[in-house]
Design a protein around this ligand. Structure first.
Ligand SMILES: [Zn+2]
Length: 73
C-alpha cells in the first residue's frame, strides 16, 4: 500500500490516535494498528480496523470530555 500524498511506502505501526466524537468529546484509542508513511506524516487505517474503531466509539457514551480506550481490549 502506498501513501496517497507522496507515493512512498506505508509501514505498519502501532499508534495512539484521537477521534473526535463531538464539539467537546474526544476518545483516544491506544495501540491502534495503522499504516504510516515513511516519508511524510500521512497515515491510513485499514477497513477492518476502522470498523472495529467505529464499534468501539459506539460503546462510549460521549459524556466524558476525554476518554482513553485500548484497541485490543
Ligand atoms: Zn507520504
Amino acid at each position: 500500500m502506498k501513501c496517497h500524498v507522496c507515493g512512498e511506502h506505508l509501514e505498519p505501526m502501532i499508534s495512539d490516535l484521537p477521534f473526535r466524537l463531538g464539539p467537546t468529546s474526544i476518545v483516544v484509542i491506544k495501540k491502534l494498528p495503522v499504516l504510516e508513511c515513511t516519508n511524510c506524516t500521512e497515515f491510513s487505517i485499514e477497513d477492518p480496523v476502522m470498523e472495529k474503531v467505529e464499534h468501539l466509539l459506539e460503546q462510549t457514551d460521549g459524556a466524558a470530555e476525554l476518554e482513553v480506550i485500548a484497541y485490543a481490549a
